[in-house]
Design a protein around this ligand. Structure first.
Ligand code: SAM
Length: 279
């Protein structure tokens, strides 16, 4: 692809590529961002310029010469929309992140039945598998639980299902855990069936009502996603999670996720961190 020049008109970046003029109008990019926010809750208003340039790169990579074409294609092609959302939602995650919550879960399981656990969002699976590994480490027997992981990013869901991890993502695990639960393949660690068997993963937008078809859960981990949403969307997600928790259910949120107590929940403080109990 040959770029002849690039000039900036009023909020419109243009360039000539193979004799065709590409013009990217920020007003249209803002409309695309608005529709992403309406459908997926993702609020990029604080990183608007960076995000618009990411979307521009995405359009150019797909040989589109302007945002208007991208806007039309996104309306017509769910696959293109999925790819754009995948590009925007690459989230950081790793094994044994904020383990205090796993400890609380293990303690609660001593006295109440916690059969169904939801990780929303699961990203590439590290959190869901960490919960299982933590319980296996502490109970040393087969587990009476199943963990469902959901995420809007289909690449992350595919990675969770494949379950092959890097040195970096497993760096908080002690050596004998790597030995017990993974098979080393060159520089990567392939998760063994003894952990994988307890988890399933599926692509799911938390704002889509198909969420309610997943049934009810005894515990929900919703960590490090609400930070992407504004207060209105945070409250909407918490309302949805409230609906899919069983009576007495437990909700774990990341420490930076919200600065209020969600409606219908009681906040419980412990030495290991806090969690929310359904009222
Ligand atoms: C930083 S990761 C958190 C992963 C894991 N819970 C953790 O704490 O390590 C945030 C994830 O939220 C997902 N996400 C963002 N918006 C979503 C939505 N509307 N529905 C479902 N998942 C979403 C992203 O795809 C990303 O994988």
């Amino acid at each position: 692809m040959f770029w002849l020049f690039k000039k900036k008109k009023k909020d419109v970046a243009c360039s000539v590529i193979n004799k065709e003029e590409a013009c990217f109008n920020d007003a249209v990019a803002k409309k695309i961002l608005e529709s992403i926010r309406d459908e997926f809750g993702l609020d990029y208003s604080k990183q608007e310029q960076i995000t618009m340039r990411k979307i521009e790169r995405f359009a150019r990579k797909n040989e589109m010469m302007n945002f208007e074409t991208l806007q039309r294609v996104l309306r017509e092609s769910p696959m293109m929309k999925e790819q754009l959302v995948n590009m925007l939602t690459v989230g950081e995650t790793y094994f044994y992140r904020e383990t205090g919550h796993f400890n609380i879960l293990a303690d609660l399981m001593q006295t109440k039945s916690m059969k169904k656990i939801l990780c929303a969002p699961s990203s590439s699976g590290e959190e869901a598998y960490s919960i299982i590994m933590y319980l296996l480490e502490n109970q040393k027997e087969s587990l009476p639980v199943s963990v469902v992981g959901i995420d809007v990013n289909s690449d992350s869901i595919a990675a969770a299902q494949e379950a092959i991890y890097s040195e970096r993502s497993t760096s908080l695990l002690v050596q004998n855990m790597r030995q017990n639960y993974f098979t080393q393949e060159s520089k990567h660690y392939k998760l063994n069936e003894n952990v994988k068997q307890y988890a399933t993963f599926l692509r799911q937008n938390i704002f889509d009502d198909s969420l309610f078809k997943l049934g009810k859960f005894d515990a929900i981990f919703c960590r490090n996603m609400l930070i992407y949403f504004d207060n209105k969307e945070k409250k909407e997600v918490l309302k949805r999670l409230h609906k899919i928790l069983n009576p007495n259910g437990t909700l774990f949120l990341g420490h930076a996720d919200i600065a209020f107590i969600p409606e219908g929940f009681e906040k419980i403080l412990t030495a290991q961190g806090h969690y929310f109990k359904l009222m």
